[in-house]
Write a protein that binds this ligand. Structure first.
Ligand code: LLP
Length: 432
């Protein structure tokens, strides 16, 4: 199968993380989001191990928690000894709710509000990754009020196009994130930050994009950033201690996607960086990376019930399920491809070609087109693979559809991590 945590058992049922998905759907209902805890722990160990081995010192990965964010995830990540990247006070609050040590959290985003900055400092945030002068002014003045020196990295744009989907590419100059190096603006920005008494400038951050399948875009970005560290050392006399290369390693959603060897790619990036640092006469900085998708994507699977099956003569077949863009908006937004199978008929031939639609009153609410699955009828269970990243975290209540529950599987046992949203929850905030 697509990943090692997906198999078929003797009943012909799809199993995920060693458990019968049909039995889990009976127990919890559908739609249902399943999370393989051991897979997340393996990924954390891979990233932590590789960063320690190849970079050493204080270099480490941060889990980009926008990919999948609920209380239980932060508990797992904390227990795995991994730091996090957060992008909002909501993520910060959720991490805090899990007891996550916030000194190991890095606060991202291109527009942190005054509330965000105060809330984060009040809660002992480790680092801000600042974007723009306004944030610097607010961080500096609030840190002064609190009598602290706040650690900060600066988001810079290296001007790299990683050849990924336009909507998930962020390293180019023309982008809402970061201050561009190319235009000379970054140098002025750094000089300004260095003049702030209550900010400890730790270094720079760049993020080139998501779903990147090899080390080349990271090495290209590192080239620009290392040269820039050397340049700023010369012009401003400041040497960055930390270089954060962002996230972006790709994930195998369909058979035609490649496998990516994370350990080997980190090794290659480290060799490249060490050589470039030597050439530029600077010490190798502490390197941070921010994997999100590759930490959790294949640790997720969504199970739906099949409802309507409609074949339009001489056109195609539509299979509609009891979820859709409300729990997985990625096909609607990006045309992202997924692999699917009928969980209760997993041994039958997958020769039924169809478009899989959600339940929303919106023709773009699709989970995929030209999908091959076993011949479905109402009541069958449709499993969508590799849904751990940017599915639950991007879920909505469009059409007042409640969000599915999240069930964590670990060592052959399942536990409810997030309850299914109720109709009462949907009206809980309605005042009048
Ligand atoms: N660091 C920063 C600053 C980021 O902006 C992101 C993702 C990451 C790390 C994690 O990147 P990853 O390892 O997950 O590729 N919703 C889109 C993806 C948006 C990515 C946003 N930033 C999707 O569903 O494909």
């Amino acid at each position: 199968m697509l990943h090692t945590n997906i198999t078929v058992n003797e009943k012909g049922h799809l199993t995920f993380a060693g458990m019968d998905t049909v039995a889990l759907a009976e127990k919890y209902g559908t739609p249902l989001m399943l999370i393989d805890e051991n897979r997340i722990r393996e990924r954390a160990a891979t990233y932590i191990g590789a960063m320690e081995r190849y970079f050493g010192g204080e270099s480490k990965p941060l889990y980009a928690s926008k990919a999948l964010s609920f209380t239980g995830i932060y508990k797992i990540i904390a227990d795995a000894g991994m730091s996090i990247d957060i992008v909002s006070s909501g993520e910060l609050y959720t991490a805090k709710n899990a007891g996550f040590p916030l000194e190991n959290a890095y606060f991202h985003g291109n527009n942190k509000t005054d509330f965000d900055i105060e809330f984060a400092i009040d809660n002992g945030i480790g680092y801000f990754i600042a974007d723009g002068y306004e944030e610097i002014d607010k961080i500096d003045s609030y840190a002064a009020e609190k009598g602290i020196k706040q650690r900060v990295l600066l988001r810079l744009t290296p001007g790299i196009d990683p050849h990924t989907n336009e909507k998930i590419s962020t390293g180019k100059v023309d982008c809402k994130f970061g201050t561009p190096i190319e235009t000379g603006q970054a140098e002025k920005y750094i000089a300004y930050v260095l003049s702030k008494a209550n900010i400890e400038l730790m270094g720079y951050h760049c993020h080139i994009g998501s779903q990147v399948f090899d080390c080349v875009p990271f090495c290209d970005a590192a080239d620009i950033m290392i040269e820039y560290i050397a340049y700023i050392k010369k012009t401003l006399g400041y040497t960055a201690k930390v270089l954060n290369l962002g996230g972006g390693f790709g994930v195998r959603y369909v058979e035609s996607d490649p496998y990516i060897n994370i350990d080997e790619n980190i090794r290659l990036i480290s060799e490249h960086i060490k050589a470039r640092c030597a050439e530029n006469g600077i010490a190798v900085p502490t390197i941070l990376m921010e994997p999100g998708r590759s930490m959790v994507a294949d640790a997720g699977m969504t199970i739906y019930s099949v409802g309507t099956v409609k074949t339009i003569s001489d056109y195609k077949s539509y299979v509609s399920v009891d979820g859709g863009m409300t729990d997985n908006p990625r096909y609607t937004l990006y045309g992202s491809k997924y692999t699917m199978a009928l969980a209760n008929k997993a041994n039958e031939p997958a020769d039924f070609e169809c478009t899989v639609g959600g339940r929303c009153c919106e023709s773009g609410d699709l989970l995929g087109e030209n999908i091959f699955i076993q011949k479905p009828t109402r009541g069958d269970l449709l499993a969508v693979f590799v849904t751990g990243a940017y599915n639950y975290s991007m879920a909505s209540n469009y059409n007042r559809v409640p969000r599915p529950p999240v069930v964590i599987i670990k060592d052959g046992a399942d536990r409810l991590a997030v309850r299914r949203e109720t109709f009462e929850n949907l009206c809980a905030l309605d005042v009048d």
